[in-house]
Design a protein around this ligand. Sequence first.
Ligand code: NAI
Length: 369
Amino acid sequence: MPTDLQNTTTIKIVVLGAAGGIGQSLSLLIKSQIHYMVRGTQSDIRIHLALYDINEDMVSGVVADLSHVDTPVTISAHYNDGLQECLTNASIILIPAGVPRKPGMTRDDLFTVNAGIVSQLTDSIIKYCDLSKLFILLISNPINSLVPVMIQKLISSENNGYGIEKRLFGITILDSTRGSTFLKDTIISQKTSSGLHNMEMPQVPVIGGHSGNTIIPVYSQCPAADNLSQETINHLVHRVQYGGDEIVQAKKGKGSATLSMAHSSFKMLTKFMDLLLGNTPDITITSFISLRDSKNEPIAQGSIELQSRIQDLQFFAIPTEVTLQGINEIKYKIIDYLNSKESNDLLPICINELKKNIDQGLNFHKSIK
Ligand code: NAI
């Protein structure tokens, strides 16, 4: 229960970058839906949604607007030097702060700007948060490089020693959201037998990274895709890898995926809320994580096995079991069950690209010294 786990009956959810496309939609979902997760026996629990953005006018307006939504979730607006008040006693922080992609830009083009923003926010998190209990969900892109940027700051801080590296998650769930949606659409349009009911969605595991060909949709481990041709699967894989481009082009340069991302990150948040509320002792999630801790030791059971299969990469998106203490077990066996196309074609390309993305992130602090 939060009283034991948080030393308070309040669960504080913080969104940094709350006035943007993702931030606004995500905040609406939280304000309007999250209280449904609190059970009858948890009547002493309060939920506080704290929204921060450098855009003072917009974040104030968003909070004024959301404050009229008739749910018992407390909401507050923070801007400029209000970061300390926003972050103090945070239970979980979601970070969509940054610049989104424009047409023709890759996620990696965003790196320099967003690395600076995320790095500064990390300094404040280290200063104002209790790292021993905190969960951080990073949404800003490029995830493959920004998780390494954040990890380096977090583990080198004086506030270190709390295992925060086990509780930092790069959010990649939009890839499996897309993988499942595109598969369902294909099953319907091709009238393929899939074993699914009309209102049932397939679950497509996605591992690797969160940019172009670092994304590995594992259709071989989704029974609903069994009756599709290899050509169709190849098309689906490519569509998931570059699905973000469809949105950037459709919005004609005025934004990237915001609504589907807000939906996906809210799904992820609800899993963490189940942990914080004590509804379950552990959750299984897929996200982009560090496989080593602050002492360069394996971060959890299964880290060594995974690293031996991915040329010792330090970061990877993989299913994990997570408890209140953080990542507890890495479900590395998914790699052993890849089919030949996935393991011989997709995985080597992913590893090669991911290595460069990770190095870019790890070198960021050196480059600005
Ligand atoms: P947006 O431009 O609409 O919103 C970003 C917000 O961040 C703005 O309100 C801006 O004022 C704020 N911001 C900028 N610097 C800040 C700082 N230092 N502190 C606090 N707030 C700050 O962008 P959008 O569409 O919401 O995307 C946000 C990020 O999420 C982008 O980096 C984008 O690439 C990424 N993204 C990630 C996805 C994922 O699957 N992980 C999917 C889609 C987008």
